[in-house]
Design a protein around this ligand. Structure first.
Ligand code: SF4
Length: 218
């Protein structure tokens, strides 16, 4: 299956309640052979109207962030956890993300990016569950030949201007990685650190937690 064929199928999807409230499905866009894939939460109003991801105010800031490290949209791939707009821009619900996950998983499989950038906590939970974005943003993790770079969702800078600087600084870390000046931490080491910090002294439950988190890291 090609990415184009996948998106044609995705456009017909009615697997969850979000489809009934959305104008159209927004699968994602960008280079089919992109080495970097950005994953947001879901389409907003402008995205729902246009059928394109990240083209509203948050998308314009994402463009700025990309330009700050010498990248254009056409060089990366941009998608969302859910492909249909949640009503009123509410957070996507877990069952909606679960229903939509196969589309995203297949996109990742077909594009096979070297770097995945979850934008915001919902995308981060897919790749690094059990932790917080305020702690993980700007950090790089590696597993299975892929690098994961956690960022706040660009929309936070629209509501809190000071976050623009944070996002710009975080983006600079991605540039450092791309230039070979910053190495990612392995997920296994990071999960061990999280479990240790949570102060769980029960060896058995620690291992269960570790397995659960690592299993989710796809
Ligand atoms: S959000 Fe995803 S699973 Fe739900 S209808 Fe849209 S494409 Fe299908």
């Amino acid at each position: 299956m090609t990415l184009k064929e996948l998106h044609e199928e995705c456009l017909k999807c009615e697997k969850c309640r979000l489809r009934s409230g959305a104008t159209q499905v927004v699968p994602g866009e960008g280079a089919e052979d992109a080495s970097i894939m950005f994953i947001g939460e879901g389409p907003g109003k402008v995205e729902d109207e246009t059928g394109r991801p990240f083209v509203g105010p948050a998308g314009r800031f994402l463009d700025e962030l990309l330009k700050s490290i010498g990248l254009e949209r056409s060089q990366v791939f941009i998608a969302n956890m859910v492909k249909c707009r949640p009503p009123g821009n509410r957070d996507p619900q877990q069952d909606e993300m679960d229903a939509c996950r196969p589309w995203l998983d297949k996109q990742i499989e077909l594009i096979d990016p070297e770097v995945i950038v979850p934008l915001g906590r919902f995308a981060m939970y897919k790749f690094l569950p059990g932790t917080t974005i305020s702690k993980e943003h700007g950090r790089l993790y590696s597993r299975g030949g892929k690098t994961y770079f956690v960022m706040y969702h660009p929309a936070v800078a629209l509501y809190k201007g000071s976050m623009r600087v944070t996002l710009m600084e975080d983006m600079a870390n991605l540039k450092k990685f791309l230039d070979g000046d910053l190495k990612p931490v392995s997920v296994e080491d990071a999960v061990s650190e999280i479990i240790k910090e949570k102060g769980d002294g029960d060896e058995r439950s620690s291992n269960e937690g570790k397995d659960s988190q690592i299993d989710m890291f796809s």
